[in-house]
Design a protein around this ligand. Structure first.
Ligand code: UD1
Ligand code: UDP
Length: 392
C-alpha cells in the first residue's frame, strides 16, 4: 500500500455520494486511504458519516452559524494546507460543487497534488444558478486532472471546455450506489410524528428547500404556494425535513408553522430519507441529489429552480422544472394531485444517472492509474447506451 488517496468532503450530499467510494477503496485495501471532513456542515454531515460508518481521519470542523462563502473558502484552504503537507498524498479526491469542493481542489493544486473530481462536468451554463455551485464545479474541473463524469452529457460538457477525453471516465453517479445500499431492506422505525404523518389519509408530498439563491423572497413564494395547495387540497400532507440553515428555517417556520397539513421534521438520516421518498407520492425540491434519486424511485419530482444541471430526468418526463414562482408551483402541484393521468405520466422509474457500480469503476480506474491493474474500466455511458455520449 504505497499510494495514498486523500478524500475530502464537507457537506451532507458530498458525504452521501463519496461514501460508496470510500467504502469500496477501504474494502479493496489497495491504497492507504486518508479521509478528511472539512466540517462545512456539522450535524448533517455527521449523520451521514454515522449512517455509512465512514472512517474519519481528520475533521477541520470549520462550520459557523450563517457562514459566508469567504469564511468557508479561507477556512478550508488554511485547514487543509498543513494536512496536505504532512500527509503528502498521491491524489486528492473531491466531490461535486460545494465550496468545500472548490477550496479543497485549490488547496491541492497549490501543493501540486493531482485532483480527481467525482461528479465532474455538470453544467447549467449560468454562473448564478445554482449559486455558487455552478462556479464551484467549473473551477474544480479546471483544477482537476482526473474527471469522473456521471453521464454522457457531463463528459461532452468537459470536452467542450478543453478537457482531454483521456482525463475523463464516465462512471454513473455514485448517488445511485448509495441509494441502492440505503433502499434495500425494510423501512426504518419512524419517529411517532413522522409515522402519524405517513398514516394520514390522502396524498403525501415530500419537500426540501435550501438553495442560497432562493433565500428570502423566492422561499417565501414557495411557502405561499404550499399554503395555497393546502387550502385547495385539504387531504394532502406535506412532510418537510427542514435544512438546519437558520435562513431557511426562519422563512418556512414563520409561514407554515400553523398549517396543520405541513409536518416539519429535523433532517432525516439518509436511510430514513430514502425510505421516505419511497413512501410519498410526490417530491418537490431544489436539491441536486434528490433530482437524481426521485426518478430512480419512480417518484414525480417538481424542481423548484430556474435551471438544472440534471436534464436527464426532465427529458425522461419524471422531473419538471417549475422555478420559484408561487402560482406555477401551486398549479403544477395541484395538477399532479388531482389529475391521475398527469401523475401517471410522470411516475416512471428511470435510471439515467447510474447503475450502482460507479464506485467500482472509480476504484478500478485508480488502480489502473497507479499501475495495479492492466486494463482501465469502460464508460458507464457506453454500457447504458446514453444518447448524449460520444466515445471519442
Ligand atoms: C451547502 C452547499 C450547497 C449544498 C448544500 C447541501 C456551499 C456554498 N453550499 O449549502 O452547495 O447543496 O450544502 O445541503 O457550498 N448548518 C447547521 N448544521 C449543519 C449544516 C448547516 O447548523 O449540519 C447551518 C449553519 O448555520 C451554516 C448554514 O446552515 O452556516 C449554511 O450552511 P452552508 O454549508 O454554508 O450552506 P448550505 O445551504 O448548507
Ligand atoms: N437527504 C437526507 N436527509 C434529508 C434530506 C435529504 O439524507 O432530510 C439526502 C438526499 O437523499 C440527497 C441529499 O441528502 O441524497 C441531498 O442533500 P441536499 O439537498 O442538502 O444537497 P444537494 O443535493 O442539493 O447538494
Amino acid at each position: 500500500m504505497d499510494n495514498t488517496i486523500f478524500i475530502t468532503f464537507g457537506t451532507r450530499p458530498e458525504a452521501i455520494k463519496m461514501a460508496p467510494v470510500v467504502l469500496e477503496l477501504q474494502r479493496r485495501g489497495a491504497f492507504r486511504v486518508v479521509t478528511c471532513l472539512t466540517g462545512q456542515h456539522r450535524e448533517m454531515l455527521h449523520q451521514v458519516v454515522d449512517d455509512f460508518a465512514l472512517p474519519v481521519d481528520h475533521d477541520l470542523n470549520i462550520m459557523r452559524e450563517r457562514q459566508s462563502l469567504g469564511h468557508i473558502t479561507s477556512a478550508v484552504l488554511s485547514g487543509l494546507d498543513p494536512l496536505l503537507e504532512e500527509t503528502r498524498p498521491d491524489l486528492v479526491m473531491v466531490h461535486g460543487d460545494t465550496t468545500t469542493t472548490f477550496a479543497a481542489a485549490l488547496a491541492s493544486y497549490y501543493r501540486m497534488i493531482p485532483v480527481a473530481h467525482v461528479e465532474a462536468g455538470l453544467r447549467t451554463h449560468n454562473i448564478y444558478s445554482p449559486y455558487p455551485e455552478e462556479m464551484n464545479r467549473r473551477l474544480a474541473d479546471r483544477l482537476a486532472e482526473v474527471h469522473y463524469a456521471p453521464t454522457g452529457a457531463a463528459c461532452t460538457a468537459l470536452i467542450g471546455e478543453g478537457v482531454r477525453r483521456g482525463q475523463i471516465l464516465v462512471t454513473g453517479n455514485t448517488v445511485i450506489d448509495a441509494l441502492l445500499m440505503a433502499a434495500s431492506g425494510e423501512a426504518p422505525a419512524w419517529e411517532l410524528q413522522v409515522r402519524q404523518a405517513l398514516d394520514r389519509p390522502g396524498p403525501k408530498v415530500l419537500v426540501t428547500v435550501h438553495r442560497r439563491e432562493s433565500w428570502g423572497t423566492p422561499m417565501e413564494r414557495v411557502a405561499q404556494a404550499i399554503k395555497r395547495v393546502c387550502e385547495e387540497n385539504p387531504e394532502t400532507t406535506f412532510i418537510f425535513p427542514i435544512h438546519l440553515n437558520p435562513a431557511v428555517r426562519s422563512t418556512f417556520r414563520r409561514a407554515l408553522d400553523t398549517v396543520s397539513q405541513v409536518v416539519f421534521t429535523e433532517p432525516l438520516p439518509y436511510r430514513h430519507f430514502v425510505h421516505m421518498m419511497k413512501a410519498v407520492d410526490i417530491v418537490i425540491t431544489d436539491s441536486g441529489g434528490i433530482q437524481e434519486e426521485a426518478p430512480t424511485l419512480g417518484k414525480p419530482v417538481l424542481v423548484m429552480r430556474d435551471t438544472t444541471e440534471r436534464p436527464e430526468g426532465i427529458e425522461a418526463g419524471t422531473a419538471r422544472l417549475v422555478g420559484t414562482d408561487g402560482d406555477t408551483i401551486a398549479r403544477e402541484l395541484l395538477l399532479l394531485l388531482t389529475d391521475s393521468a398527469s401523475y401517471e405520466r410522470m411516475a416512471n422509474a428511470i435510471n439515467p444517472y447510474g447503475d450502482g457500480r460507479a464506485a467500482e469503476r472509480i476504484a478500478d480506474h485508480l488502480e489502473h492509474r497507479f499501475g495495479l491493474r492492466d486494463h482501465a474500466p469502460g464508460d458507464f455511458a457506453e454500457t447504458a447506451g446514453d444518447p448524449d455520449f460520444s466515445p471519442t
